[in-house]
Write a protein that binds this ligand. Structure first.
Ligand code: AMP
Ligand code: GLY
Length: 424
């Protein structure tokens, strides 16, 4: 059978890599893909990204299942379009994708369905927003309502920063329509984890747990990024906490969406904040897999992903169980010079070794021209090491990172520090 993966990042490379391992697959197409998917002889890039053109392609090629990586085509309604044309696709409809594409939608949904999250209020009026900040004080969190490619959240540690964030979004329109409404919410402290499940509308299949590193620099300093590294499993998510998150957050979300008449299908990603007493709250929902969380998660998945996707699009996720490599997978992102504000493109990339049983290099912002790989985006590569311990997974990843070269490469040297510090 033929499969189509939509997207061009490290997440999509990892999904396509895993799907292509299935013996049932003839071709995995990636649209538009990247340098890594172009190099992989098991994958085939196609230079399309418009949803209507992709649906035409899927019909022509008799694509059995389409898997969508990023949020933008989901929020634009690619799933609605494919389904209208009789095509099987895994992802949420445009309406269901509002859990990610509108923070106000997500917050009012959580409030209505009693799903634990930070207290909040939504504003489009500048004066009212500033007045709310003055009443509540800092620290406080300001979020653009719409999709803002990771730039829509300001965690303001003092009140001046909070007022500036509100001005930036509501008055200077720096984020365009996405910032025309803002959610202002209570600051939560604790440790974050990524909790990702697959949903077929009714049944829920949790993936392995993971934890991301959002800040650019070591010791969690510097600006927020899309994610500088991730590992799986996340030891903070104990079996007890896992059960609690399913019961208090994931199940009420899936049931609540169905009750509201917006059946959720696709990957559902709850970004959690776990407080010092181990209580989880939802920071945000994403309606897709995480990037870079997907890379270590796929590196650990032993079950045939094509079978899983087939159950997902047919509404039978209750009849499949997932099997995971017991090792830890640790993904270290190598980013371009200037990332995240102004990534510098064009540098040649050298030294990527062949994948082995304990290290895989997934590509993101790379392109292949005449046999030469070069940097074409902010996050360039994600090197995933596997090991019996967190430490050995980390060593396997960094041994390969040290071999790879491109001008201005940035990477954190402490990916996995929380898991390493944890006493078992
Ligand atoms: P989001 O896109 O909503 O996940 O926000 C991006 C990042 O901002 C999160 O991963 C957290 O690190 C931080 N953040 C978001 N909401 C809060 C909050 N209420 N309290 C503290 N930090 C937050
Ligand atoms: N790594 C965070 C995200 O994918 O949103």
């Amino acid at each position: 059978m033929k499969i189509l993966v939509v997207g061009s990042g490290g997440r999509e490379h990892a999904l396509a890599w895993k799907l292509a391992q299935s013996e049932r697959v003839q071709t995995v197409f990636v649209a538009p893909g990247n340098g890594g998917t172009a190099l992989d002889r098991n994958l085939k890039d196609i230079n399309l990204s418009d949803p209507a053109a992709l649906a035409d392609f899927a019909l022509q090629e008799h694509i059995a299942i389409t898997v969508v990586g990023p949020e933008v085509p989901l929020a634009a309604g690619i799933v609605n379009l494919f389904r209208e044309r009789g095509l099987k696709i895994f992802g949420p409809t445009k309406e269901a994708a509002q859990l990610e594409s509108s923070k106000d939608f997500a917050k009012s949904f959580m409030q209505r369905h009693h799903i634990p999250t930070a207290q909040y209020q939504t504003f489009s009026d500048l004066k009212a927003a500033h007045a709310y900040l003055d009443t509540h004080g800092a620290p406080i969190v300001i979020k653009a309502d719409g999709l803002a490619a990771g730039k829509g959240v300001v965690v303001a540690m003092n009140i001046a920063e909070a007022h500036a964030a509100v001005d930036m979004m509501l008055s200077d329109n720096k984020l365009g329509d996405a910032g025309a409404r803002v959610v202002i919410e209570e600051f939560l402290s604790g440790e974050e984890a990524s909790f990702i499940v697959m949903v077929d509308g009714k049944n829920i299949l949790p993936l392995a747990t993971s934890q991301d590193h959002k800040r650019l620099l070591d010791h969690d300093l510097g600006p927020n990024t899309g994610g500088m590294g991730a590992y799986s499993p996340a030891p903070i998510v104990t079996p007890e906490l896992h059960a609690r998150v399913m019961r208090e957050i994931i199940q009420p979300t899936v049931q609540g969406m169905a009750k509201d008449g917006i059946v959720f299908t696709g990957f559902l990603y709850a970004g959690l904040m776990i407080d010092e007493h181990g209580n989880p709250k939802t920071l945000e929902f994403n309606c897709r897999m995480g990037d870079p969380e997907t890379q270590p998660i796929m590196a650990r998945l032993k079950t045939d992903l094509v079978n899983v996707m087939e159950h997902a699009v047919n509404g039978t996720l209750d009849s499949i169980a997932l099997e995971w490599d017991r090792r830890t997978a640790m993904g270290v992102v190598m980013a371009a010079a200037g990332y995240p504000d102004a990534p510098v493109k064009g540098a040649n990339i050298t030294g990527i070794p062949h994948d082995t049983s304990d290290c895989i290099t997934f590509h993101a912002g790379t392109s292949l021209n005449g046999g030469q790989l070069s940097v074409s985006g902010g996050r360039v590569l994600c090197v995933v090491g596997l090991g019996d311990t967190v430490k050995s997974a980390q060593k396997h990843a960094y041994d390969v990172v040290e071999q790879i070269q491109f001008e201005g490469a940035q990477f954190r040297k402490d990916i996995g520090w929380r898991a390493l510090n944890r006493k078992h």
